[in-house]
Design a binder for this molecule. Structure first.
Ligand code: ADP
Ligand code: ASP
Ligand code: MG
Length: 453
């Protein structure tokens, strides 16, 4: 495959493209290094949440109009600073007219397919506008519809990308574009075989950027967001959190998987496959540097960070049949696979299994539907619990270092720990706590594991 020498794929999240000043800062980051030839953008901050609302059943016409107008205001607020304002506004209006059509269709006959079509407009809008912002500072920005190359299956809302098709399409369609342009494309969206728009799941733009970096054989992937890198825990939970300079792929992947919102859970998979170093930094303060995620790092501390994932669903299935029997787990997993559900944590006892599922905020679909419960009930007793959060302590050699459990559980004394998982990975120990206790648990643990010296 022909490759571009010295290529960085740069992704800008919602807050980085929220308004004109933010977009201009990002455009200057792109301009500062000629390796920045591929830009992946999210929807402007807040737009995807509006689109999720628009994609729901039974939205009144008034509310539809109100949402479309709010999105228009966000985008026009940016275009008013650009010399091609009128031309761009016309394009924005066209896209919003299409969006309104989808919204009407959705209110008559709701489907996940139309929901994905609706959700895609945030990224479509921000990409055409950002390309123009690049133009105003003398960079040859060109919007590129990622759906030409990001082929997926038809699992609307969490579509799976066809990696072979992506690679072939990238070589044939995207690569030639890089000769004379800086390409601005959409994160989060793709297209199925039938030409219908799909989405990769909330926060999926990070993953799109990583997939493109892999398909392009890029040298680097830069994730520009609103914090100066990956922190020891979410800085919104405690102001004692601090940025990590360097972290291994393995540790960062666990952090993302266990809820550090800074990266979509799948982001590091393509980067690890192709050994592409990932940088995470703030588009507001690029001079402050950020975190480098790579294969080999200088240090491997026992405690690296604490991740928190909210809105977990715990399903307990119970059947006397499980006692001394084989095949029960297989039956449960066959049902889950039929519903395309992926399990996060598992613990088992003699006659029951507890399983957790991620139920991310702002998705277009519930995870454990009535149909799933009914299918499981054919087999066993089923109990579904909500209102839980998953706390994960991430580090190194967690499974072989003695005394870790004491330190952790001592710190969270008095809190009802609903489930504990440890042992499968060298990099984490995690447990479920009631949602209301989660912040306090993370704060206390952080204080204990990362004391300010
Ligand atoms: P973007 O829109 O750029 O994709 P996100 O909101 O998805 O940004 O992710 C950035 C946010 O992730 C930060 O503002 C921060 O609150 C949160 N976050 C959670 N865990 C961490 C962590 N360990 N380090 C840094 N940020 C984190
Ligand atoms: N705009 C999408 C979302 O808000 C994707 C992303 O930002 O990564 O989930
Ligand atoms: Mg994100």
């Amino acid at each position: 495959m022909s490759t571009v020498k010295n290529l960085t794929v740069s992704k800008f999240g919602g807050t980085s493209v929220a308004d004109y000043e933010a977009m201009l800062r990002c455009a200057n980051i792109i301009k500062s290094d000629s390796a920045n030839k591929v830009v992946v953008v999210s929807a402007s901050s807040g737009v995807t949440n509006y689109l999720v609302r628009l994609s729901q059943p039974q939205i009144s016409q008034d509310e539809q109009l109100d949402i479309v107008n709010k999105i228009k205001a966000i985008q026009f607020n940016i275009t008013q600073h650009l010399s091609k304002e009128l031309e761009l506004n016309e394009r924005v209006e066209q896209l919003l007219a299409e969006l309104t059509q989808h919204a009407k269709e959705q209110s008559l006959n709701h489907s996940l397919r139309i929901a994905d079509a609706i959700l895609s407009y945030g990224e479509q809008l921000s990409s055409i506008i950002f390309a123009e912002v690049l133009q105003t500072i003398g960079v040859n920005g060109k919007a590129f519809d990622v759906r030409q190359i990001m082929r997926t299956n038809s699992l609307f809302g969490k579509a799976v990308v066809d990696l072979d098709a992506l690679k072939t399409n990238t070589t044939q369609v995207l690569l030639p574009e890089l000769e004379n342009n800086v390409i601005v494309t959409q994160g989060f969206i793709g297209q199925n075989e039938a030409g219908q728009t799909t989405t990769l799941g909330r926060g999926g733009s990070d993953y799109s950027a990583a997939l493109l970096a892999e398909a392009l054989n890029a040298n680097d992937l830069a994730i520009w967001t609103d914090v100066v890198g990956i922190f020891t825990t979410d800085p919104r939970i405690t102001d004692q959190a601090r940025a990590i300079k360097e972290i291994s792929f393995g540790e960062a992947a666990e952090m993302a998987t266990f809820g550090a919102k800074i990266l979509h859970p799948a982001t590091l998979i393509p980067a690890m496959r192709q050994n592409i170093p990932v940088f995470v930094g703030s588009s507001k303060a690029p001079e402050q540097g950020g975190t480098r995620i790579q294969k080999v790092v200088d240090s491997a501390p026992t405690y690296r960070s604490i991740a928190l994932r909210r809105e977990q669903t715990l399903v307990t299935v119970k059947s006397p049949e499980m006692l001394h029997a084989s095949g029960f787990l297989a039956k449960v997993f066959t049902i889950l696979a039929k519903h395309e559900l992926s399990v996060d944590l598992i613990t088992t006892s003699e006659i029951s299994i507890a399983l957790t599922f991620d139920n991310p905020a702002g998705s277009t679909q519930a995870v454990i539907t009535k149909a799933v419960v009914e299918d499981l009930e054919q087999l066993c007793e089923v109990k579904v619990e909500h209102g839980l959060s998953l706390v994960a302590v991430i580090g190194n050699n967690i499974h072989t270092t003695s005394g870790i459990g004491n330190v952790i559980f001592d710190a969270v004394e008095g809190v009802n720990i609903r489930m504990i998982c440890q042992g499968a990975s060298a990099h984490n120990l995690c447990f479920l706590v009631p949602e209301n206790d989660a912040n306090k648990v993370v704060e206390t643990l952080h204080h204990r594991l990362f004391p300010l010296s």
